[in-house]
Design a protein around this ligand. Structure first.
Ligand SMILES: *[C@@H]1O[C@H](CO)[C@@H](O)[C@H](O)[C@H]1NC(C)=O
Length: 387
């Protein structure tokens, strides 16, 4: 009788241990939902709580933190945001988020990510639709929509502080695309969470959305940014030095916002960013007959004139980068690959593209640790190409 019981107990204990082990396994890198954020009104578009993924640091990286903001465009109208709530990539709801992979700048392998592999690496999940700038108190109850990105940013950073980031020696805020823009616009805010002796910097990847002349000679994309800022109530969370001078919608553009941001920023961007070429230069309203459609989807289909137009775009892009200012703390890796986002893709982060014989990973690493200035623009390969 006693023996049977003890065997049952043993089985029970082994089962519990296996479950706990599996749970811990999936926790590493898995999605953590911040339920307590709901009480603070820091919620995704659909009112669900915000989320992040973390892969813990190890070795001498335990007190270093990389917070990487996920990208995924913006929503600029009620209909657009209502649709975003239902998207199965979870960009409007933590109820629908698939787990994201830790590659490139997020990799835990030394040979793939030499400077940051053993840091605490976090993915801040994007679910507000306005690069974490929005904050509207009123809830759109008719459509069940919340515009609270700025609050989400605070809540996630506070949570990370509480689980160890407050002891950080080094902290880096990065992000890709709309997440890259978020890393720029929230850079000083991120800095303020840390004591002054913490080294804090920001690396926006493909987040330098430039205000350039589009194919029709106008600036159609401007309207889109204006709508985002208005809908999400973003103005009060953009640099006041910018919003006091121009329409708040323009302050989403890094070239106007960055002169008012003091924390060191490394601009990682292609001068021929695929998204910018497709949606800013060749935005539908600027190309009603779709003459640029083939070219923007496949470079080998571009006519000589279209390549010329792309080169003008590059010049204007570099002009916008200059407008953003070039303080000595600035880092820069601006190549000419026809691509959007390079830090999350292993081959781009460490190999397929180099400037002065340095990979992106080397450039960002050296700049972050103040080993060297890194302000490099590709002036050898001036034509757009696939990498
Ligand atoms: C681009 O066009 C070339 C030439 O027509 C073709 O060989 C190539 O497969 C195309 N690439 C893509 C990605 O569609």
């Amino acid at each position: 009788m006693f023996q049977v019981r003890s065997r049952e107990w043993l089985r029970y204990i082994v089962t519990v241990c296996v479950i706990l082990f599996l749970k811990l396994e999936t926790l590493e890198g898995g999605i953590t939902i911040i339920e307590s954020a709901v009480a603070k009104g820091a919620v995704c578009l659909d009112g669900s709580p915000p989320a992040y993924q973390i892969d813990k640091g190890f070795g001498d990286g335990v007190n270093n933190w990389l917070v990487h903001i996920q990208g995924g465009g913006w929503c600029h109208s009620i209909e657009d945001c209502v649709y975003r709530k239902t998207m199965d990539n979870g960009l409007g709801s933590s109820k629908l988020m698939p787990e994201l992979y830790f590659g490139g700048i997020l990799s835990n392998q030394q040979d793939q990510n030499p400077s940051f592999y053993n840091w605490n690496r976090v993915i801040m999940r994007y679910c507000d639709g306005a690069s974490f700038t929005g904050d509207v108190e009123e809830v759109d109850t008719a459509n069940n929509l919340y515009f609270r990105g700025a609050r989400i940013f605070n809540v996630i950073v506070e949570e990370l502080m509480s689980i160890g980031m407050k002891n950080a020696q080094n902290a880096l805020l990065s992000g890709c695309s709309a997440g890259g823009l978020a890393a720029i616009l929230n850079c000083d805010k991120f800095r303020r969470f840390f004591p002054s002796d913490t080294r804090v910097k920001c690396v926006p990847d493909a987040g330098f959305f430039a205000r350039v002349t589009d194919l029709s000679g106008e600036h159609h994309f401007e309207k889109y940014y204006e709508n985002v800022v208005t809908l999400h109530g973003s103005a009060k969370n953009l640099p006041s030095g910018c919003t006091s001078k121009m329409k708040p919608g323009l302050c989403l553009y890094p070239q106007y916002a960055m002169p008012h941001i003091s924390t060191p920023i490394f601009i990682l961007n292609s001068a021929y960013d695929t998204w910018e070429v497709s949606n800013i230069l060749a935005i539908g309203d600027a190309d009603p007959n779709g003459e640029f459609t083939k070219c923007k989807t496949n470079l080998t289909q571009c006519s000589t004139d279209q390549i010329k137009r792309l080169e003008e775009f590059r010049s204007e892009f570099l002009g916008a980068v200059s407008e953003a200012g070039k303080p000595s703390s600035r880092g820069m890796f601006i190549n000419t690959c026809y691509i959007h986002c390079q830090s999350e893709t292993q081959s781009m982060w460490l190999g397929s593209t180099k400037l002065d014989d340095k990979t992106i990973a080397e450039g960002v690493g050296e700049w972050f640790y103040d080993k060297s200035e890194f302000m490099k623009v590709d002036t050898q390969n001036v034509l757009p190409h696939y990498c």
